[in-house]
Design a protein around this ligand. Sequence first.
Ligand code: 26V
Length: 781
Amino acid sequence: MDSLKMLLLKESQQHHLSLQDASLETWHDLLSRVVQKKISTNRIAKDTYATQLFYFSMEFLPGRFLRNNLDHLGWLDQAKSFLSTYEIDLHDVLNTENDPALGNGGLGRLASCFLDSMANKKLRGHGMGLLYEYGLFKQEFLSGRQIELPDRWKQSSSYEWEQKPDAEYTVSFWGKVHQHNNGDRLVFEYTDQEQVQAKLYSIPITGYSQEQVNQLYLWKACPTEIDPSLTAEQQLLKRKKATEITEFLYPDDSTSEGMILRLKQQYFLVSAGAQHLFTLAHRHGGIRTFFNHYLVHINDTHPSMIIPELMRLFMDVEGLGWDEAWAIVTTSVHYTNHTLLAEAMEKWPIVLFQPLLPRIYEIIVEINERFCRSVWHHHSEKRDKISDMAIVSYGHVHMVHLAVIGSNKVNGVSTLHSHLLQTETLVNFAQMNPKKFTSVTNGITHRFWLHRVNPALSDLINEAIGDTWLQDPFELIKLADFQTSTPFLEELSKIKKRNKQTLIDTTLTFSETKVDPGSLFDVHCKRLHGYKRQLLNALHIWHLYTELRENPDRLPFPRTFLFAAKAAPGYAFAKKVIHYIHTIASVINKDATIQGKLKVIFIENYRISLAEQLIPAAEVSEQISLAGKEASGTGNMKLMMNGALTIGTRDGATIEMAEHAGEDNMFLFGANAADTKKPYFSKSYYDKDIRIKNVLQPLVNGTFSDNAIYSDLYYSLIQNNDEYRLLQDFSSYAQAHKQIELLYTDQLLWQKKSLANIAASGYFSSDRAIEDYQARVWTSI
Ligand code: 26V
């Protein structure tokens, strides 16, 4: 077998590259190409006809590829040593790779963690998404304000996406549907349609064994063939209308044009994907046995039009009757819900939907009518609920209802979230068909989020319990035996210190603020959203600051609060919170009277490669959403796995983390989900707690600026009755922080609790989540 060195030399000769003066990017390209070739030869050898799962998602956040693949091929050490003969550091080469930021947050990263676990568990499971030209925006701060810059992630160093020339499909929008009888079957014809070409790209997803190489399939929208009858201007317009479909992730949908573009994206993904599955089905035994060969999973409601699109293909193209088509679709499709927030429940105005997707709309109307009729006849107890459960009602198409009605299984992503889904949000559906609903608590790939991002900790674990945990994360529980071993706990502490220093040297060097590596690192990293309550953290920091101004000795050690978060471009409140955090940071960080006891840093441009640095350095993990709002959270698991102690509410998967690690190894506080149903009057908390008054007054009394720059934050909390109940939890949050401070002075006990968290984190591996999906949802693979 050729060594990596031989392959690199061969490849460089073929491309006439001189390795002596190759740039880091050139090295990256070269390594990528060799790795790709190696993986594709493995792939050909392993193809089988077993059932395949297609995981449809608008988001994927795979992180950088090259490092993962070198590791999986067992080539990391060879690469390091070969490059060092040219005085090149492999790290520098790997760092040139841009993150494919084809996602927004937890939803996208979950999809990528699942792909990793499926490949490692040798399941045939592929991703199906869109190849966005621009990733999620690049965030910069200008005078404390977020500005959004385009993320041209493909333009510089990137991993090569392979185009599949035999997979091209036409996706059609608008136009008129004409149907007529041709003998015994209906024939559909369309006129005046706008057509777009879908081209397929893919990247292999590997696991350690190399026995199963899966694919992340991404579609790119291109114009169909040039029509010579069009003027140059018309051709340009045609090109724009096609390419804009896969230009951006989540284009602004505050206008009708924006909504149409979103709908086009969603339909484009499912139509191209479904046509591809039909092509594969025809190759492998025909479409009538579709469900023996293919499973479709929809990641949230964005791809739920796969249901009417499959119906269209089965009926209009293949000539199946409704009942047979419906039976196949509702056997093959499964749906995961990822949020209960009303604002994220997708619904589209019929006036936009119907003209854009006329045939899909017809099919949805038929699904809806059949569903409503069956409720009327078979669930008479729900007759008065029909309009609330309908897909088409109140002038809108309700995508959650479509997804539920057309899926075989529906699941939430934590025990609490699934419970709320079944007892509140989707209660009528769950009562009618309880067996359809299940729960699968999310998970994260421990190979990436522990072994890869925290190699020192991974080595320590290997020394202690061997390396079988890499394939069986439940093995991590064996670490609990080391809770009484002082040398082990001291080693754990040293690793955390080194990770903190690395973060300081790599990421925080760009900050003007000097951070003490001996300070307690408290990390709040996730999307910026009202319900995630970054503002609660910030208000508490201001409270801590006022205490320190009175008595800097109140804290025996310094604390550093680190934030990293992107706000949706149109979300004014979230952007204001970013600005507020910058403002308090600038006051606190330069105030000499507090003797450096407190530092606040907002790190720019949160993304996977930053999370890789930040999470291993965290000592405290902020999981402080309003109970009942965070469906699961996955950052909570990543931080736990890296030994951070959680300060958190009883929300999402944090509840289950406490069950596994023990409540006394966490700092739980605040109202629970049931409490949040009780009446609430924020002003009463303001009136009775002087600390709250003291932190809120500066928002409006000119402390930070002459104009009322933060009055909107103030009004949201007082006049608008504090939708996310920050004031209700302020006191218990402050109390939990006091407990953190107390515990941190006993380093051995701190490390013991940290180890308890790492040991209990195996349950939160996506390997376990995938096993649960196999047992409860995808029972045929
Ligand atoms: C909804 C919308 C609606 C309008 C604008 C753009 C947009 C983008 C994404 C979404 C779906 C949000 C769903 C989501 O990301 N949920 C998160 O899923 C994670 C994985 O299950 C979970 O850990 C988080 O708790 C949950 O917030």
